[in-house]
Ligand binder design. Structure first.
Ligand code: PEP
Length: 249
């Protein structure tokens, strides 16, 4: 991590949780938040639990976000949730283009960029996820895949890029227990950084995601272009999530 940039540790609860378990998890995070040291903590929760997150985290140092957003502002889009609706619940962050959305809901990179633009239009910070599959990596194609996924996002321009976060999440490392080595992660992060610099926004934070755990977090955070983590499974256990954040110290 470059010491001039701050560290962001963001949880992605995916489709996990219920009111009772969330209450315990959120209370554990609030109680232990000071252990995060200089790392900024955030959780991206399922839509129905945004109000619970807002109530539990308001006034704490932990911010909250959503896991998806509509490209549309309003209208006949049954089941969709607009960025303005998210803003009504104090949301700060919106995941855009998580690999599960790309794979299971056919989200293209241009749709992902449109979602990022929708989030920005109401002052939310998009966290744009990119990452290659195992077959892309085995075919030595990871760099091209990441460049293609980034292209429509980079086209939003320097002002937009300065207000977003990029998360590099190799698909083969998500939920598999198999993390990218710090060197593999850094190699892609430095490509992303170079693209951001070329588009006038070198300070945009770049998170790493994919089986981040307390045991591997500090080696990842030691890399020059890793500015924090997007954490799935380990964000469901307060102790693990806080220990990951504490590794950034
Ligand atoms: C994720 O869902 O964004 C993720 C990185 O999951 P995990 O940490 O479980 O691999």
């Amino acid at each position: 991590m470059n010491p001039s940039r701050s560290c962001l540790v963001m949880g992605n609860w995916k489709m996990h949780g219920n009111l009772a378990d969330n209450a315990v998890l959120l209370a554990g995070l609030v109680a232990g938040a000071q252990r995060a040291g200089h790392a900024q903590l955030a959780v991206c929760v399922p839509f129905p639990y945004l109000v619970q997150a807002q109530q539990a985290l308001s006034g704490s140092a932990i911010s909250w976000g959503a896991q998806d957003v509509s490209v549309h502002a309003h209208g006949a889009y049954t089941g969709e949730v607009s960025a303005a609706m998210l803003a009504d619940f104090g949301v700060s962050w919106v995941l855009c283009g998580h690999s599960e959305r790309r794979a299971l809901h056919a989200e293209t990179s241009s749709v992902v960029a449109a979602k990022a633009a929708a989030a920005l239009s109401v002052g939310l910070t998009p966290v744009v996820c990119v990452g290659e599959t195992l077959s892309d990596r085995d075919a030595d194609n990871a760099d091209c895949v990441i460049a293609d996924q980034l292209e429509p996002v980079l086209a939003l321009g320097a002002d937009a890029l300065a207000k977003m976060v990029i998360a590099y999440e190799p698909v083969w490392a998500i939920g598999t227990g198999r993390t990218a080595s710090p060197e593999q992660a850094q190699a892609i992060h430095s490509l992303i950084r170079a693209a951001l610099v070329q588009h006038g926004s070198g300070a945009t934070p770049i998170l790493y995601g994919g089986s981040v755990k307390p045991a591997n977090a500090s080696a990842l955070f030691a890399q020059a272009d890793i500015d924090g983590a997007l954490v799935g499974g380990a964000s469901l256990v307060a102790e693990d999530f806080l220990n990951i954040a504490a590794s950034a110290a």
